[in-house]
Structures are given as C-alpha cells and as structure tokens.
Design a protein around this ligand. Structure first.
Ligand SMILES: C[S@@+](CC[C@H](N)C(=O)[O-])C[C@H]1O[C@@H](n2cnc3c(N)ncnc32)[C@H](O)[C@@H]1O
Length: 165
C-alpha cells in the first residue's frame, strides 16, 4: 500500500516469483515507474493500481490477502493531521477483515510516534496478534528504507497476524 515507484515491489516479486502482488499508489508518475520496473524484469504476477489505498481496502473481499506491506506511509507529523495517517482504526479493521487467517501485515516508519500508534492499534484490534519480530530486512529494499539506512536513521517496524477463521 503506497508502493511509490515500485522499488520494493519489483525486488520482492523477483525474489518471490510465486507471489501475486498488487501495488497501490496514488501518484500517476510513480505508478508509471513501477510498471516500467515490472516490465523490465518480466514479472508476470505483479500489478499496479493507481488508487487511494483506503478505497481499495474497502473493496477487497474478506480473507483475500496473504500479506500487506506498508512501508514508510506518509507520516503526517503535525498533530492536527494525524487522523489522515493510513494506519488508523477504520483502515486497520479493513486490513484485518481482508487478511486470510494467518495472513500478516508488515509496517515500517521512521516516525516513533507513528510506530507507537500503529503498535497500540494492532494490540487493541480484535483478531490481530502482534508478532515478536517485524518484517526484517525486507524494508530496506524500499526506496525510503534504503535512504533512511544510508542516513543512519532509526527505522521502527512491526508485523501482526490475523488470528482464527
Ligand atoms: C513516503 S512514500 C513511501 C514509498 C514506498 N513505500 C517506500 O517505502 O519507498 C509514501 C507513498 O505512499 C503514497 N500514498 C500516500 N497516500 C496514499 C494513499 N492514500 N493511497 C495510496 N498511496 C498513497 C505516496 O504517493 C507515496 O508514493
């Protein structure tokens, strides 16, 4: 969700050719770059949708997704803008609903308060359990992950799993 120019998506799909992957991105130029990466690598199971991730979430059927990757979503650091953050209550309920049982969501940010907010929401969301380890090194193949690692910034990450049927 918010796949940017598809850096992570293309690398991940090349490493996991068995996975069908949908990247959702608002900005058309970034979508175009992501599509070019997919074509260059000949990835047959990767797709890009230009859309608001919130709308896609609402439209997805129950239990239809194995894994969400939500890396470095816009942080909306000002207090009055925080309700615009992608990982908020109503979106998390849709993330949980659309994950298959046992499916996971992975999240990373360099904003500590966003991380703490996301962690608390995952703990409070019925039917989700926080996993002891986050998404691991995967996040550093996203553009922002690479950039932040080079700058020595601390990246906070978590993963949560959908419980039960
Ligand atoms: C900070 S960038 C991170 C890009 C990528 N995930 C990465 O880690 O390199 C956030 C991306 O989310 C996109 N975005 C923001 N709000 C969105 C929304 N509601 N739906 C889909 N994409 C969104 C932005 O256009 C931008 O490309």
């Amino acid at each position: 969700m918010g796949c940017g120019n598809g850096h992570f998506l293309a690398a991940y799909c090349a490493d996991h050719p068995e996975v069908a992957y949908l990247g959702v991105e608002l900005k058309s130029k970034r979508c175009l770059k992501a599509v070019q990466k997919i074509e260059r690598r000949g990835l047959k199971r990767a797709f890009i949708l230009q859309a608001a991730a919130e709308q896609v979430l609402e439209a997805l059927p129950d239990s239809s997704v194995d894994r969400y990757h939500i890396y470095f979503p816009d942080p909306w650091p000002k207090a009055r803008h925080r309700r615009r953050r992608f990982l908020r209550g109503e979106n998390l309920a849709h993330l949980r609903r659309t994950l298959r049982p046992g499916g996971e969501l992975a999240f990373a940010t360099d904003f500590l308060d966003y991380f703490l907010q996301a962690k608390l929401l995952c703990i409070l969301e019925p039917g989700l359990e926080l996993l002891p380890a986050g998404p691991g090194r995967d996040i550093f193949i996203s553009v922002y992950g690479e950039f932040l690692a080079k700058k020595g910034r601390t990246v906070h990450a978590l993963a949560a799993r959908r419980l039960g049927p």
